[in-house]
Ligand binder design. Structure first.
Ligand SMILES: Nc1ncnc2c1ncn2[C@@H]1O[C@H](COP(=O)(O)OP(=O)(O)O)[C@@H](O)[C@H]1O
Ligand SMILES: [Mg+2]
Length: 406
């Protein structure tokens, strides 16, 4: 295929990704995904200029590194320079270019060689930029590729204007847990299986984080490591300012009891205890429990408090298991496919309870699901692929549980 028709097709694919979606978040994410695939980029991000703070913040990024904590002053770094000047910058060798001046991507562990960064210009003003970093084959971005990205950027900017995209004032986000280069390998017979291959991720206080990824990509392993149910092979896990990478037995017990609340696909309730007793039983083990009846009330099961698990539906049993997690007053709730065994209606009931915990309890929730529709509730969506973070997306307008349809 000649270059022209290849680029015509690529443009069409980008147009479909950007224009044929209802919501702007999906347009941004889809556009960047297509562009990074077509240009074979190692990483990339869409940065949006917040006019109130005059800083750029990433709304979507692709690649192994989490840049969502980072903001850049307009005019500083290559992203800022592009946004200020409205002109594309392409670097073949970032390390020797003055304009680059060390980048956020290097700070988070990606060594930057080639960059192309183009402005998002919606005719009225520059609203941000799109950046791709490093070609997978190590070569520089070509003129045609840069032109393609510029075309995409103008489509994105136009879509943003049409659909009324505006970013809210960035709140100061405090980090609750921090994962640095976490790996996990299992011995399987004579072989060593590398399941997590360097996870870097910050989890913020009071955020609702959803983890997506195909079966077997390492989601449960990651949750187990964060939850202290499995040990990591290398890397660092910090939670609430404390290092839990290599905890002693007593630290581990304390951590699992008081820091973390767990919700699994299976409810794991004691069959011979009532709903309330299942919750009380946990409350007695922890340092600062919530009142058990209050926990039952929060999951809207007060009228079922005296029922045994066998007298309740799957959705109700899952809500008991949520009450059991929140009664601990944990810093972080880990939920691994909590609705996988439930039908649509009961799933929504369970998700409404989880939503309420994040909004009204101030608890941080990290939830694994394989249902992309559920991810639309999240503040941020992390995608895992083969044991690495492949993208992080900030939802600009998270949906309420009851708005989800599948
Ligand atoms: N204890 C273990 N020993 C060996 N391999 C394991 C072990 N636990 C998980 N794995 C492997 O790690 C990979 C990721 O598993 P998992 O984290 O459960 O994936 P997911 O939750 O994304 O479906 C799978 O290939 C699985 O077979
Ligand atoms: Mg799993």
């Amino acid at each position: 295929m000649n270059t022209n028709s290849r680029f015509a097709e690529a443009t069409l694919e980008i147009m479909e990704a950007v224009l044929e979606v209802e919501n702007i978040d999906d347009a941004l994410a889809g556009g960047l995904e297509v562009a990074s695939r077509l240009l074979q980029a190692e990483a990339g991000a869409i940065w949006f200029l917040n006019n109130k703070t005059n800083r750029l913040c990433p709304v979507y990024n692709i690649g192994e590194v989490d840049v969502s904590t980072i903001t850049i002053e307009n005019g500083v770094g290559i992203e800022g320079k592009v946004t200020q000047s409205g002109k594309t910058i392409a670097l073949e060798d970032a390390s020797s270019d003055q304009r680059y001046g060390g980048s956020v991507f290097d700070e988070v562990g990606l060594s930057t060689a080639a960059i192309v960064c183009v402005p998002l210009d919606n005719m009225e003003k520059i609203v941000g930029c799109i950046e791709l970093i490093n070609k997978k084959d190590g070569t520089a971005f070509t003129k045609d590729e840069i032109k393609l990205l510029e075309r995409m950027a103008s489509l994105v900017a136009m879509t943003m204007q049409e659909k009324g995209f505006d970013i809210e004032e960035e709140e100061h986000r405090e980090v609750l847990a921090s994962l640095v280069d976490i790996t996990k390998e299992f011995q399987s017979g004579d072989e060593i299986v590398q399941v997590l291959r360097g996870i870097n991720l910050d989890i913020y206080k009071n955020e609702f984080l959803v983890v997506l990824g195909e079966s077997g990509c390492g989601k449960t392993t990651l949750m187990n490591i964060i939850g202290g149910m499995d040990s990591l092979s290398s890397g660092t896990l910090m939670v609430d300012g404390r290092d839990f990478s290599k905890p002693s037995d007593s630290e581990l017990t304390m951590y699992r009891r008081n820091f973390i609340g767990y919700i699994f696909q299976s409810y794991n309730l004691m069959p011979n205890l009532t709903a309330l007793e299942n919750v009380q039983f946990i409350a007695e083990l922890v340092d600062k429990p919530m009142d058990s009846e209050e926990a039952i009330d929060k999951v809207k099961l007060s009228d079922r408090a005296q029922n045994f698990p066998s007298q309740m539906s799957g959705g109700q049993q899952q809500r008991v298991s949520i009450a059991r997690a929140i009664v601990k007053n944990p810093r972080l709730i880990l939920a691994d496919e909590p609705t996988a065994a439930l039908d649509y209606t009961t799933s929504i009931e369970v998700l409404e309870v989880i939503e309420d915990i994040v909004k009204n309890q101030g608890t941080t929730v990290m939830m694994v699901t394989h249902n992309p529709e559920i991810a639309r509730m999240a503040d941020r969506v992390i995608k895992l692929r083969s044991g690495k973070v492949s993208s992080i997306k900030r939802n600009l307008n998270p949906l309420a549980a009851r708005e989800l349809v599948w």
